[in-house]
Ligand binder design. Sequence first.
Ligand SMILES: Cc1cc2nc3c(=O)[nH]c(=O)nc-3n(C[C@H](O)[C@H](O)[C@H](O)COP(=O)(O)O)c2cc1C
Length: 184
Amino acid sequence: MSTIIVYRSKYGSSKQYALWLAEALKCEAKDAKTIGLAEILSYDTIVYVGGLYAGRVKGFKKISKNLDGFKEKQVLLCLVGMTNPDDQEKYLHMFHNNVPEPYRNLVKPFYLRGNQLFSKMSGLHRIMMKAPKSMAEKIPEEKRTEDDKHFLEHFGEDIYYINKESIQTIVDDIRNHSVGYYRK
Ligand SMILES: Cc1cc2nc3c(=O)[nH]c(=O)nc-3n(C[C@H](O)[C@H](O)[C@H](O)COP(=O)(O)O)c2cc1C
């Protein structure tokens, strides 16, 4: 069974996860900009790893627009965001944002936490980050989660969340299931 990791990353977290996955699964990782649809479709298992930007997985449109062609494939989508992966509800919502309804049983989602690197952010991204900040500020203090509090307390700082061990569930899932499993 052949496997490829395809990634898009602006600040490096998704790329790092993609490289760790490639190392563990002994396969190649390619930037989505450097691989065409035909080449992606030559593999049995496709693992897409992409950073979340305003709820969208960077570069995943290339695949989501063409999911009819992936019906015989095993497709895993790793959403890399600053949201805590324990917050399954928020991630599920973002998964639904990126995968149209008829294909949701074809693509299996996984959630990974990415770094939040303010020092590297473009001017536009710094401005965009004010939206989640004001949303968190609007939550009454007694209702803020630990994540909300941490986000507000450390706003503007670089926070490192990436963690090699968190890829293990993805690696095990691929090793333990044959092609076709994700469509059941
Ligand atoms: C402008 C902007 C928008 C973002 N939007 C989201 C989001 O909607 N959900 C989320 O969980 N993380 C969001 N993030 C955090 C990034 O997904 C996170 O930093 C991730 O590590 C980026 O991946 P990359 O380093 O591979 O580009 C956003 C970050 C920026 C700068």
